[in-house]
Design a protein around this ligand. Sequence first.
Ligand SMILES: [Cu+2]
Length: 184
Amino acid sequence: MKTTLITALGFALLSAAGAHADHEHADHKMEHGQQMAMHADAVYEIGVLHIENAFSRASLPNQPVGGGFFTVTNTGAEDDRLISASTSPERADHMEIHEMAMDGQVMKMRELPDGLPIPAGETVELKPGGFHLMMMGLKQPLVEGESVTISLTFEKAGTIEIPLAIGAPNAKGGTAQGHMTHGN
Ligand SMILES: [Cu+2]
C-alpha cells in the first residue's frame, strides 16, 4: 500500500514540474538531454495566443547574429500579427523578424517589414529554415544550456517576455522534428 501511495505522489510531482504538462505535450517525442533545455516545454499565454517551443541556438565564435524560434497558436477569432521583438542591449543591438525566401536560385533571409501575420485559429512556426527572429549585432555569445529573454510585441495581444532555451548550434527544437516542410 505504501509503495502505491509513494508512486502516485511521485507521479503527481513529476506532472506538476512541467509548466503545462497537458495533452499536447504528453506524446511529444523529445528525449531528455541534448536539445532539451530548461524552458523547452513551457507554454506562455498572452491573451488568445499560446507560445511554446521557444528556443535559440548556441552561437559559434564571432557569430554576429543569433536566431530565435517558437511556435505560436492563435486560439482567438481575430487575426493578430507579431510586429516586433527585442532583447536587452547587452545581448544584441536589436532584433528583426525574418523569413527565408528564394532569390533566384539562392535561399536568402530577409526582414519582414510588416511583421508576421498570426491568423485566427492557426499555428505559425518560427523555425530554422523558415520564419525566425534574428538578434542582430550579438554582443555576448549564446551559450548552450542557458537562456536568453526576449520580448515579443503582437499588434492585438500586446507584449510578452519569454525565455528562449539555448540549444546546440544545430538545435531544431522540441516539435520541429517531423515537420520538415521546406524542400531544398
Ligand atoms: Cu535571419
